[in-house]
Design a protein around this ligand. Sequence first.
Ligand SMILES: [Zn+2]
Length: 72
Amino acid sequence: MGVLRILLLLVMGYLAYRLVRRLLRPVQPPSSRTDDTTPLVRCTRCATLIPPQQAITFNNQLYCSEACINQK
Ligand SMILES: [Zn+2]
């Protein structure tokens, strides 16, 4: 009977150890996921969806390329 109690204590201790380890684990930085969730912007001229960092702002409008800006 004594052996079973010791085993039970060991299992419970191990589970508690795992729980504490999981709680203490640092949270993943959200920056690694923002690339996937960044909304795309639409070109004013041709309506192409492009990442905001690639968009060209001209006269407060967003364009995908200079060709779209110069198009009339
Ligand atoms: Zn365009």
